[in-house]
Design a protein around this ligand. Structure first.
Ligand code: ADP
Ligand code: MG
Length: 407
């Protein structure tokens, strides 16, 4: 080191440091990483952390299967970085444990955990070339020069920057710098890779490209990875599984589409995409069933709310026997492949619907039209019973019909 590192760089320095004894699982040379031998790459058990009187992380538990890419998704301040830093050993939890590839790492110092870390801010060593940045962790581990060269070439090829080996960080774009940061983290063959909003500082288009690129790269190297983001779309695009976090607590864990379709509470439903929230009592019963009261064993309370995604609604000019919201069209917005309808129910409730552009439905409507809106799928949230129940409306209608509700 010839230049005193900036504070951020120092963190990287400690983190890149030795990775002692973790050079097994050389995923580029052999496709089976060490984690895959044990099945679980990262396991967090009952992690809690306070800052003074503020509890930032509350009894958090989850697993990342070996070789998977999992997103830790939550709003700003929900405790994501604290959890990631605790896994890395940069932060100490008040209670709970961290297991890496099956071994208890809770008490291990950062340099013995075998983690690679990529932060939002580049933190490359400014006075070093791309090649030296990528090889840094191997050099301080005193690997043979020829081996370092081979490994760095392999990684530069992987991040598609072979032609830029002799450039300095200032001669690279933001996206290229993050790719170098990733290569540097991967060089010592970490057991796990931790990424904290790595694309957060980049503009939208570059971020999009890098997401796709990261996903592709992960498909090639299969290093167990935990990816922190507050961006729902980013989590959907890159990850196998998502851990949704709010106020320091795990809300739900699952595959992206499963979370989207079957959120377990109002927070997850709202956080994972646009959703309409309406009083269930405003849904009028159609002629072919008894409506919401007959959908559940315990009838919903008067305050129950319906949560409906914009694409789970159909809009009709006439009533057709199904439950409906009477609404007025306020605005029609073509969005390329979709058309969005902004509607209003009475004066207080807005409702948004999305229909595929090529679907005749919706095309015939104009602002001011009175329409009937029928949900195909919704979730009913009953605060009193603290439950959030999905309803397949067509099935519910059939069942209530069969139960003799009749017309
Ligand atoms: P996220 O990464 O999800 O935005 P963080 O883990 O950074 O959340 O922070 C969670 C909460 O803990 C926030 O309210 C934050 O202000 C607080 N916090 C984080 N680090 C510290 C610290 N060193 N001292 C005091 N409070 C902190
Ligand atoms: Mg953070």
């Amino acid at each position: 080191m010839t230049t005193a590192p900036r504070p951020k760089t120092e963190t990287i320095h400690r983190q890149v440091d030795p990775y002692n004894g973790n050079s097994r699982g050389a995923w580029l040379s052999s496709p089976v990483s060490r984690g895959e031998e044990t099945g679980v790459g990262i396991e967090v058990r009952g992690l809690s952390k306070r800052y003074g009187s503020f509890q930032a992380v509350k009894d958090v538990s989850f697993e990342v299967a070996a070789g998977q890419l999992v997103a830790l998704l939550g709003p700003s301040g929900s405790g994501k970085s604290t959890i990631l830093r605790t896994i890395a050993g940069l932060e100490t939890a008040d209670s709970g444990s961290v297991l890496l590839t099956g071994e208890d790492a809770t008490a291990l110092p950062v340099q013995r955990r075998g983690v690679g870390f990529v932060f939002q801010h580049y933190a490359l060593f400014r006075h070093m070339t791309v090649r030296d940045n990528v090889g840094f962790g191997l050099k301080i581990r005193k690997e043979p020069r020829r081996e370092i060269r081979r490994r760095v070439d392999e990684l530069l090829d992987l991040i598609q920057l072979s032609g830029h080996a002799d450039r300095y960080p200032t001669q690279l774009s933001g996206g290229q710098r993050q790719r170098v940061a990733l290569a540097r983290a991967l060089a010592p063959r970490p057991k796990v890779l931790l990424l904290d909003e790595p694309f957060g500082a980049l503009d939208a288009k570059v971020r999009d490209e890098l997401r796709m690129w990261l996903r592709k790269l992960h498909d090639e190297v299969h290093v167990t990875s935990l990816f922190v983001t507050h961006d729902q779309r980013e989590a959907f695009e890159v990850s196998d599984q998502i851990v949704v976090l709010a106020d320091g607590q795990v809300q739900q864990i699952g595959a992206p589409q499963a979370l989207y379709e079957r959120p377990v509470n109002p927070f997850v439903a709202r956080f994972l995409g646009n959703i309409n929230v309406l009083p269930l009592s405003s849904l009028r019963t159609g002629s072919t069933g008894r409506g919401p009261a007959s959908w559940f064993k315990t009838p919903p309370t008067a305050e129950a709310q319906a949560y409906v995604r914009p694409h789970d609604l159909d809009v009709f000019a006439e009533r057709n026997g199904k439950p409906y919201w009477p609404a007025r069209v306020e605005r029609i917005t073509p969005l390329g492949g979709l058309i969005r309808l902004d509607l209003r129910i009475g004066v207080e409730h807005a409702l948004q619907i999305e229909v595929p552009h090529d679907q005749a439905i919706g095309v015939g409507f104009a602002p001011g039209d009175e329409v009937y809106v029928t949900p195909r799928h919704l979730n009913v949230y009953d605060r009193d019973h603290a439950n959030f129940q999905p309803v397949d409306v067509n099935r519910a209608i059939t069942q209530s019909w069969q139960a003799g509700a009749g017309i």
